[in-house]
Design a protein around this ligand. Structure first.
Ligand code: NAP
Length: 325
């Protein structure tokens, strides 16, 4: 004989089972299905957006630029490889051609060499870039140089050099290619900035300043280009394992020549290039590619600036001490 209270319990349990089976589970699977379908649609759309697109990559001779060029080329984009070193670019072109047989349909890349530090070289380079495939769909302003030094020791020529390569060069190239994009009502400008475009770290003044300027310029461009259907994406990565610190310029203008511990422990350029590829495909506006702590630092700079300044002052003190010891 079942007591009324246990019958009530059983009924409750059965009702719950029924609700789970008829409502919650189908709802959960439904949501998962819709989400997967949405992801698939998004991936298909971004693949279609990038296949056969003319993609210009500056700084394609090494590090992140080289990996970006590789991933866009493999996806079927018509890549224009830019840099200063003709030999390195031609060798890379051959490497891409050799890898093509194992991939889907790919295109022979085009090579354009110029120095971003030479203001007179930008307009002819832009004309040459446009001649490659007749137009440009996506410009990835990736080339850049880093800096190591104390502000008090650094000659102003060094600040100017870093600004020229990281800021004025990309700005001039963007302005030279923009009219053709506006005319076609189609184009996408990508700026590879850095987390140092959002927060400033001691002994990196020239670099952080150039990346803050980059963030500001391309944020303005995004707003001004909205009605012309030109997309603007700013990517701000944290440390990446490349030759950036090796090639960095120091206070007196000489080459730093060493792989920093932070850079050596950074993410692989291959991984970051894939994230950039995904962000461009999804037409994202502003992307921070950093770990938890640097991401927190960006929020602390905004929400608790005094705390951020104290942390940076202590970092500067520690770095000065370790240099002097
Ligand atoms: N590595 C990191 O930790 C990190 C973190 C955040 C953001 N980033 C950004 O990522 C971008 C790529 O840097 P990377 O890490 O790949 O460093 P990298 O290996 O040193 O590559 C820098 C690229 O820029 C080119 N470049 C330098 N000066 C140039 C000039 N005057 N004219 C034309 N091209 C020039 C170099 O070409 P050459 O062969 O001609 O020198 C090279 O292809 C930079 O904008 C950098 O600020 C890097």
């Amino acid at each position: 004989m079942i007591s009324p209270s246990s019958r009530k319990g059983m009924l409750k349990e059965r009702a719950m089972d029924l609700v789970t089976q008829t409502t919650i589970l189908p709802l959960l699977f439904g949501c998962l299905g819709i989400f997967s379908l949405f992801r698939l649609l998004q991936r298909t759309r971004s693949k279609a957006y990038l296949r056969n697109a003319v993609v210009v990559v500056t700084g394609a001779t090494s590090g992140l630029g080289k990996e970006c060029a590789r991933v866009f080329h493999a996806a079927g984009a018509k890549v224009v490889l830019c840099g200063r070193n003709v030999k390195a670019l031609e060798e890379f072109t051959r490497e891409l051609a050799d890898s093509s047989s194992s991939q889907g349909q790919t295109h022979q890349p085009c090579v354009v060499t110029f120095d971003l530090a030479d203001p007179g070289a930008i307009a002819p380079a832009a004309a040459e870039i446009l001649q490659c495939f007749g137009y440009v769909d996506i410009l990835i302003n990736n080339a850049g140089i880093s800096y190591r030094g104390a502000i008090s020791d650094t000659i102003v020529d060094v600040d100017r050099k870093v600004m020229e390569i990281n800021y004025f060069g990309p700005v001039a190239l963007t302005k030279a290619l923009l009219p053709s994009m506006v005319e076609r009502k189609r184009g996408h400008i990508v700026a590879i900035s850095s987390i140092q475009g959002k927060i400033s770290i001691p002994f990196r003044s020239a670099y952080a300043a150039s990346k803050h300027a980059t963030q500001a310029f391309f944020d303005c461009l995004r707003a001004e280009m909205k009605d012309s259907d030109i997309e603007v994406t700013v990517i701000s990565p944290g440390y990446i394992h490349t030759n950036l610190s090796v090639n960095a310029v120091t206070a007196d203008g000489s080459r730093y020549g060493a792989l920093d511990k932070n850079t050596a422990q950074g993410r692989s350029a291959v991984e970051v290039a894939q994230d950039i590829f995904d962000a461009v495909g999804k037409k994202k506006k502003d992307v921070l590619l950093t770990d938890f702590l640097p991401t927190m630092a960006v929020y602390i700079r905004t929400l608790a600036p005094r705390l951020f300044f104290r942390i940076m002052a202590s970092r500067a003190r520690k770095e000065r001490k370790s240099k002097n010891s």
